[in-house]
Design a protein around this ligand. Structure first.
Ligand SMILES: Nc1ccn([C@@H]2O[C@H](COP(=O)(O)OP(=O)(O)OP(=O)(O)O)[C@@H](O)[C@H]2O)c(=O)n1
Ligand SMILES: C[C@](O)(CO)[C@H](O)COP(=O)(O)O
Length: 264
């Protein structure tokens, strides 16, 4: 359903044409499904906080200009990761009551920080809305560099792109009584993962329109789809687990060991 009203802000055709892009990490969740006192992005695997491992997966990627890290307002200083783990500056922003609001708060930095700048002021950016941003869950530390590089290659203005995984099981449609009403052709389905990559202005417009409309926005692509755009899927490794439930910690640890990210 196309909801586009205002013309979309301009941006380079692709992140490589822009020569730079930004990473936005929503890390302001409470981890309720994980249980316990500590939000899951600060639990440790191999002695390292999940968030630090996640950020480290992006270190050295060509064109990465900086990180917008969205955390709870009351983040203890000792939980704030060092920019050394990713090799570029980290700008911390307060999160919101939902993941979509947290992402929106992070995107607003690009508009508010650069608002009023004339060409050549600041760090050479005249319009933050023309930047490219990759949004990645703090709770996904197992993402592979090769998949990140393929996502960078696939993103095009204005539709963007996202990492996905094929569906490996037969999918059933069921009714309220838990009875099967049909079988869905899984060839037309994908698991949406993160990162998801879009022009900042397009994504900010999409999320703000979706929030105003009361739409359920569980990932960035679902907001962009509401504008009538068609993000490109990039099928990727099934390693890219989102740590959600307690059992996911052991799975993630085993994946990270297999990837050589963790020793023990
Ligand atoms: N208000 C929120 C909610 C979630 N997130 C972030 O979005 C990512 C994916 O969300 P999810 O796995 O749902 O994390 P939580 O909301 O913390 O988990 P739960 O739903 O179990 O509470 C996580 O990195 C989480 O920190 C966020 O930045 N702001
Ligand atoms: C963004 C996401 O990770 C894509 O699969 C997912 O939608 C997050 O959902 P959650 O309920 O906020 O964990």
């Amino acid at each position: 359903m196309s909801a586009a009203a205002a013309p979309l802000p301009p941006a380079a055709v692709s992140p490589s044409e822009a020569g730079r892009w930004w990473l936005l990490v929503p890390a302001a969740g409470f981890g309720r499904r994980m249980g316990g006192e500590t939000p899951k992005q600060y639990l440790r695997l191999g002695g390292r906080p999940v968030l630090e491992i996640t950020l480290s997966r992006f270190a050295g990627l060509p064109g990465l200009a900086g990180v917008v890290l969205v955390t709870s307002e009351s983040l203890p200083e000792d939980l704030m990761p060092s920019s050394d783990v990713v090799g570029v500056p980290i700008h911390r922003v307060d999160g919101g009551a939902s993941r979509a609001l947290s992402v929106r708060n992070g995107l607003a930095v690009f508009r508010d920080r650069w608002a009023g700048l004339s060409p050549g002021q600041g760090d050479g950016l005249t319009d933050g809305l023309g930047e490219w941003v990759m949004v990645h869950d703090a709770a996904r530390p197992c993402v592979l560099r090769g998949d990140l590089e393929r996502l960078l290659d696939a993103a095009r203005y204005p539709d963007g792109a996202l990492l996905t995984a094929p569906v490996r099981d037969t999918i059933k449609r069921v009714d309220a009584d838990g009875r099967v009403t049909g079988t869905v052709d899984r060839r037309t389905l994908r698991h949406a993962l993160t990162p998801q990559m879009f022009p900042v202005g397009v994504l900010l417009e999409a999320i703000e329109q979706g929030l105003v409309a009361g739409a359920e926005i569980t990932d960035e692509a679902s907001a962009v789809e509401r504008l009538g755009l068609a993000p490109r899927v990039v099928d990727s490794a099934t390693d890219n687990l989102k740590i959600t439930h307690p059992e996911d910690l052991g799975i993630a640890r085993a994946i990270l060991r297999r990837q050589g990210v963790l020793d023990d």
